[in-house]
Design a protein around this ligand. Structure first.
Ligand SMILES: *Cc1c(COP(=O)(O)O)cnc(C)c1O
Length: 424
């Protein structure tokens, strides 16, 4: 059923066509390969009604995903809530704000479940029995969990200094977790060497063309959940820059297949200041991304010093009329708290980066104050909870006595700390 839509792989640089195999770079110019579809056939086949009649998962957009048969891994992933928040809008100083809440994605609480669902489904389809990845944490969690449920062998390679919860969140599934001494770039380079030697499906190396397409589903969902309309402003965290380019691609595909009306959509990228190769290049007005050899930020999930899709992310932001921004560790911690206090959503460090950058983009007028903005919140706060140690005041401890509790409340009232003290 899928075959007629997913056509082949194509080099982004020279346009040479490639068969649908476990390959990711062009032999001629080393350009990245990308999945290509028969959009005319999709346009004739899909409709809002047809999509709406399907289960609320990312697979309701399966015509736009590079699979030949039916999905076999991660069949429950996606269709996370899009939450409108007046309190967040007020705090950010913008007319309308939405959160695309992938902190509750299934099964591992980050947007990476989307890319893993497609790449492991494709890996099975191609006959692989061992899957692997290079990861800043969330991808490792999702590969480990989904491989476990699918009965695939797995190796996940991570920088050895990741957050405790992200390490545990891979180990628990019985996967083989390998910590590498060094930053993500070294992990990734080693994975390329391993992929050349072992016949495994590396989801973000030789399966990258399939993997990357999974990110589009976040964009499809945003537009459908807005009532089949594109948001004018979307703020997206960037590690390799892939998610950002794919959300833009999803919006364009929806226009091309007449699922939404043509409308301008500006795309904004968010990074941590301690690892900002993409936002730095954007600001300097160049597309030449200078690697950051030693990332220094608590936003470890975004700490990729040599971002594979940095160049395309910059082009996407520029062409769409968007911009890039970055946020310091202090600002991202404030971002985490601001989101939690206004929406009840507890995001990991990458979410704090997104909120902090959105706030700066609005304050500087790059996102207009009378606009509608969607914030892509990509991972759950419990995975990086340790960054809040010493940031949040500990609970006050009292004896189990009503008198002591009364005293506590009176002191709260005296300090008037009960009414919201939200700044804008
Ligand atoms: C991987 C990741 C991203 C962005 O990844 P890209 O490499 O830019 O696609 C964003 N947020 C979180 C939490 C992630 O784990």
């Amino acid at each position: 059923m899928q075959t007629q839509f997913f056509a082949h792989l194509r080099c982004r640089e020279c346009g040479r066509l490639y068969p649908k195999e476990a390959i990711h770079v062009c032999e001629w110019d080393f350009g990245p390969l990308e999945a290509i579809y028969d959009y005319e056939a999709i346009r004739r086949h899909v409709s809002r009604k047809r999509i709406e009649s399907r289960a609320p998962t990312m697979w309701r957009y399966r015509e736009f995903l590079p699979l030949e048969g039916e999905p076999s891994v991660g069949t429950q992933v996606g269709f996370t809530p899009l939450v409108r928040s007046e309190r967040l809008a007020k705090a950010l100083g913008v007319r309308e704000a939405y959160v695309k809440n992938d902190t509750v994605n299934y099964p591992t609480l980050s947007f990476k479940d989307r890319v893993v669902a497609i790449s492991l489904s494709r890996a099975k389809e191609m006959g692989f029995t061992t899957v692997a990845c290079a990861s800043t944490g969330n991808l490792a969690n999702s590969v480990a969990a989904n491989a476990a449920s699918a009965g695939l062998e797995s190796y996940v390679l991570i920088p050895s200094d990741l957050e405790a919860s992200k390490v545990l969140g891979s180990l628990v599934y019985g996967t083989r977790v390998v910590g590498i001494r060094g930053p993500y770039d070294k992990v990734n380079r080693l994975c390329s060497e391993i992929a050349g030697k072992y016949q495994w499906a590396f989801v973000n190396v030789n399966l990258r063309p399939y993997y990357a397409e999974g990110s589009k589903t976040m964009g499809f969902e945003i537009a459908e959940q807005l009532g089949w309309r594109l948001p004018a402003h979307t703020v997206i965290p960037m590690a390799s820059g892939s998610l950002l380019t794919k959300i833009a691609k999803s919006y364009q595909e929806m226009i091309d297949t007449e699922l939404v009306e043509k409308a301008p959509f500006a795309i904004y990228g968010a990074q941590a200041t301690g690892c900002n190769p993409i936002s730095d290049a954007f600001r300097k007005g160049t597309e030449l991304v200078q690697p950051v050899p030693k990332p220094q930020t608590i936003a470890k999930s975004l700490a990729i010093g040599t971002p594979a899709d940095g160049y395309y992310a910059i082009q996407t932001m520029r062409k769409s009329g968007g911009a890039a921004e970055d946020a310091s560790d202090e600002e991202l911690l404030e971002g985490i708290r601001l989101l939690a206090e206004t929406t009840g959503i507890f995001a990991e460090t990458a979410g704090g980066v997104t909120v902090a950058c959105a706030r700066k983009l609005i304050a500087s007028g790059k996102i207009p104050k009378d606009g509608t903005v969607v914030l892509c919140i990509t991972g759950h706060g419990l995975k990086t909870a340790e960054v809040l140690t010493g940031v949040l005041a500990p609970p006050r401890v009292i004896e189990p006595s009503l008198r002591e509790f009364d005293r506590l409340v009176s002191s709260d009232l005296a300090h008037a700390s009960i009414p919201a003290k939200m700044e804008t």
